[in-house]
Design a protein around this ligand. Structure first.
Ligand code: ARG
Length: 659
């Protein structure tokens, strides 16, 4: 049951005739859960803004609103507090009825949405041929949670993994394969060898790019130094404004010089890494044109060159197998995995369609879509005839709309691609795909302790597999220590401990990511994510396991309990607070899907686990004073465990019966 949505409807009805018609919808949103149970369970905050627009005293408006509110079947009499807040307290009878219904319901009383929509969720989408790294965790985990939640709410959802399987990285490994491969290694572990080739070629290409940049950087430094000297020479004029401006200019000139010097040092370090390594230096001398050669290999692949196509077909299976291993371990699935290569033969037609409709025209030989309100055009065909990432995305939109006709398309992709999506969505609208709501579900970066993107000590990006392994290894230590400390002796054998550690370790990693506001950067820390108390999956998994252990100790017949008709008793504040928290599950799911923010769901599960913890401390369950109370509390326990389990499941996180 979604209490908040019912309250909103009632509030909207009461505002009718009192508030200007145009404001009713926005004002009726202003009913929120109370911060403190002292003030009831919900609070209406609509009075102040309404009184302001009506230019009437707030308390008077509050009284009038209260008189018009029809809530008797749901809440106690509303109370006006302070300058005009309206506090609402749910009637216990309603709480009990809703929870009893939830107890016997597989969906825990969560109704399917009244307005089911068709969604496509584009998530994970790694560029294959290089191993997945820490940066891929966010799209995968956030996208998976959005996918699961929308589905649970009754929407039709297609999860599509738009794999990067056709880009320049293939030009790199094809070039690497042709020139640097080690056959023995390739035979033994093709993926490892392909990754090595990718890294090698990438480093060499980067070396030449950087070397080319260096003189330009040095020139810019010279200019910046000259500017600094000029700024230093400016004599004070006595005019306050002018002097202030001069001081600012000096500061800027100083910082420009500092930045450029830093950049040049970094560049020289990078160059030295190649120049001072015997093998790399030799390769650099032998392959001076590697940058353009890689592009040529990519272009050959794209134009159907038999040899490159054969290599591509040979490289793909090991890449996809490795990818699938990661998804299996993360329990992430897709309905479709239509990678970039899938759209390859549609690109020319898409470009022509844009041109034919007058939406794109040539500029400097490149085919460009000029977008209203955008400074730069979107290039969909380069001068040399090559198509781009954007062209593929346009073809993808066309395909998805024809196949699924979705009402919304969500792209769970790094914030650095914002401009790409802004352009893409604008172009899609121009092309007439304006019935679909396109959304970039953007997210921030995973940072190391130094506040910079998370890297290994040697400066490489951190591989996802290593990350999972380490989280699981640390979880195993925690699970084992906890088990060894049990008062009646350890309960788990080694195999069971390992199973639990896999679930706890991966759950911790996912939760740490999902509990962040997705648009923020966050700092990666194993210690924090595996803490047994606090805002972690481990804490929720403990809460769940604790309930399960009560049921085992009390030899409770769960099926019979769920069919109970005896009323749930809400005598103590802790029981009542837990009941209110349980009832908010549907509301939390709604909230988490408004702007597709799984952290609003983690917050809910955390609040629920806390409410349970207080209840558990204050209300004996198996030793409850009366059999009625024991049954009632067991009912609350069962609901809590199931709500935590379901909530975590929608985050893609499993629970364990014992920890
Ligand atoms: N493969 C891309 C990358 O790693 C992400 C693709 C996202 N999806 C899309 N339809 N563009 O940057």
């Amino acid at each position: 049951m979604n209490v908040r949505s019912t309250l909103r409807d009632r509030l909207a009805a009461a505002l009718e005739g009192l508030a200007p018609a145009a404001d009713v919808a926005a004002l009726s949103e202003l009913v929120v859960p109370s911060g403190d149970p002292k003030f009831g369970d919900y609070q209406i905050n609509a009075v102040m803004p309404l009184a302001k627009s009506l230019k009437r005293p707030p308390r008077e408006v509050a009284q009038e609103l209260v008189a018009k509110l029809r809530l008797d079947d749901l809440t106690e009499a509303p109370e006006i507090a302070g300058p005009g807040f309206i506090n609402l307290r749910l009637r216990n009878a309603n709480l009990v009825a809703a929870l009893t219904a939830a107890l016997g319901d597989e969906r825990l009383g969560v109704a399917a949405t009244a307005q089911p929509k068709r969604y496509v969720v584009d998530f994970s989408a790694p560029n294959v041929a290089k191993p997945m790294h820490v940066g891929h965790i966010r799209s995968t985990v956030i996208g998976d949670s959005i996918y699961r939640t929308l589905k649970f709410l009754g929407h039709t959802v297609v999860g599509d993994n738009h794999i990067g399987d056709w880009g320049t990285q293939f030009g790199m490994i094809i070039y690497g394969y042709k020139h640097f491969r080690c056959d023995a290694e390739y035979k033994q572990n093709p993926l490892a060898e392909l990754s090595r080739l990718y890294r090698l070629v990438n480093q060499l290409v980067d070396y030449f790019d950087t070397r080319e940049q260096l003189p330009k950087l040095e020139q810019r430094l010279k200019e910046a130094e000259a500017a600094l000297e000029r700024a230093r020479a400016v004599a004070p004029t006595g005019d306050k404004n002018a002097d202030k401006k001069a001081a600012q200019a000096l500061k800027k000139a100083e910082s420009d010089v500092g930045n450029l010097r830093g950049e040049i040092v970094g560049t020289n370090v990078k160059l030295a890494q190649v120049a001072e390594n015997e093998t790399l230096a030799k390769y650099a001398i032998e392959h001076p044109q590697i940058g353009s050669a890689v592009l040529a290999e990519t272009a050959k692949l794209h134009s159907g060159d038999a040899e490159n196509l054969r290599l591509w077909k040979e490289f793909m299976p090991p890449c996809l197998t490795a990818l699938q291993e990661t998804y299996d371990r993360l329990h992430v699935t897709f309905d479709e995995s239509l990678g970039e290569s899938f759209y390859h033969d549609q690109l020319a037609a898409v470009a022509e369609e844009f041109q034919a409709k007058g939406l794109a025209r040539e500029s400097d030989g490149a085919l460009c879509v000029f977008l209203p309100g955008q400074e730069t055009p979107m290039i969909i065909r380069k001068k040399d005839g090559a198509f781009l990432y954007a062209t593929t995305d346009l073809a993808t939109i066309r395909y998805r709309i024809e196949r699924w006709n979705p009402e919304a398309m969500l792209y769970v992709v790094d914030h650095r691609q914002s401009l790409h999506f802004e352009h893409l969505f604008a172009a899609a609208k121009l092309a007439g795909y304006d019935q679909c709501d396109f959304r970039h579900i953007s997210f921030g970066t995973v940072l190391g302790r130094d506040g910079k993107p998370y890297k290994t000590r040697s400066g490489d990006t951190v591989g996802l597999k290593g990350l999972l392994d380490e989280a699981v290894e640390r979880a195993l230590k925690i699970v084992s220590e906890n088990d060894d400390r049990k008062p009646d002796g350890a309960e788990l054998d080694e195999a069971r401990r390992k199973q639990i550690a896999e679930i706890v370790g991966i759950g911790a990693l996912k939760y740490a990511d999902l509990s962040q506001n997705r648009t923020s950067d966050y700092e990666f820390s194993y210690d924090k994510m595996l803490a047994t108390t606090g805002h972690t999956a481990t804490y929720m998994q403990y809460a769940y396991a604790r309930v399960r252990s009560i049921f085992r100790r009390g030899e409770v017949d769960v099926d019979a309990l769920r069919k109970q008709t005896a009323p749930i008793v809400l005598e103590s504040p802790a029981e009542r607070a837990l009941a209110v928290a349980l009832l908010r599950f549907e509301e939390a799911l709604e909230l988490a899907t408004v702007d597709f923010r799984p952290n609003l769901l983690t917050t809910y599960v955390f609040d629920l686990a806390n409410a349970y913890s207080t209840f558990f401390d204050q209300c004996p369950v198996l030793k409850a004073p009366t059999p009625e109370l024991r049954t009632s509390r067991l009912m609350l326990c069962d609901l809590t465990a199931r709500t935590i389990k379901q909530g975590l499941a929608l985050l893609g996180i499993d629970v364990v019966e014992q920890m």
